[in-house]
Design a protein around this ligand. Structure first.
Ligand code: TYD
Length: 203
């Protein structure tokens, strides 16, 4: 294999879209091809990432500015500790969520999407390829298999995820973004992703 060009590959989509499974499938595929590749997710393992996960289990949401600050701080930590050092060593980095999640989720809570992207690109490298795995909200929720206790929040969640999905679709004109129909089975969706990646990598 020729010396690979380091790639920053991002998977995005609403909860239940299949992005985590697909990003892991790509990670294994590239490893089998002999690529030096790493996989990280956001929110990450920083103190802020852990805090976000704790807060996600609570009923009430925190003020939006505070929420934004935690996601940004967690990302700054991820860029400093995981993303930039590995790209500098010519490794390929796969991310399960990145700053487009902040644009679309915190955007759905009322913040300006483009402002969020601008703020993030002052410190976060721009991805070479971003896959937005697009599924409708009903399909996504069926996949998450919401249990009875979560049913109370279902309506709220449904409306919120609809907004998030709309926000993702608004990003389709951005640089290097591919919107992928995530409704077929995973191997079919993965084939589409593999084709795009194979074109971006040397044999
Ligand atoms: P998710 O990837 O779904 O984590 P898990 O696999 O542990 O369920 O991310 C958790 C939630 O955080 C998800 O609902 C999306 C949200 N999120 C934001 O609102 N903004 C962000 O910037 C990021 C990275 C995630």
């Amino acid at each position: 294999m020729q010396k690979q060009k380091p790639l920053l590959i991002v998977f995005e989509g609403i909860d239940g879209s299949g992005k985590t499974s697909l990003s892991r499938m790509l990670f294994s595929y590239l490893q089998e091809k002999g690529c030096d590749v790493l996989w990280f997710r956001e929110p990450g393992d920083s103190q802020w990432g852990r805090k976000i996960r704790e807060l996600a289990n609570l009923k009430d949401s925190i003020p939006i500015d505070e929420e934004l600050e935690y996601f940004i701080k967690d990302r700054q930590w991820n860029v400093r500790n995981n993303i930039s050092p590995n790209l500098k060593q010519d490794k390929t980095v796969i991310l399960d969520r990145y700053y487009f999640s902040t644009a679309c989720y915190q955007g759905a809570r009322g913040l300006d999407m483009e402002e969020i992207i601008k703020k993030n690109t002052t410190f976060a490298p721009v991805p070479n390829i971003t896959f937005i795995i697009d599924v409708d909200v009903d399909t996504a929720l069926k996949r998450i298999k919401l249990n009875r206790e979560q049913e109370v929040k279902l309506f709220e969640k449904k409306d919120f995820l609809r907004k998030v999905r709309e926000n993702y679709l608004k990003l389709s004109g951005h640089l290097n973004i591919h919107v992928i129909d995530g409704s077929p089975d995973l191997p079919t969706v993965f084939d589409l992703i593999k084709n795009k990646i194979d074109r971006a990598l040397p044999d």
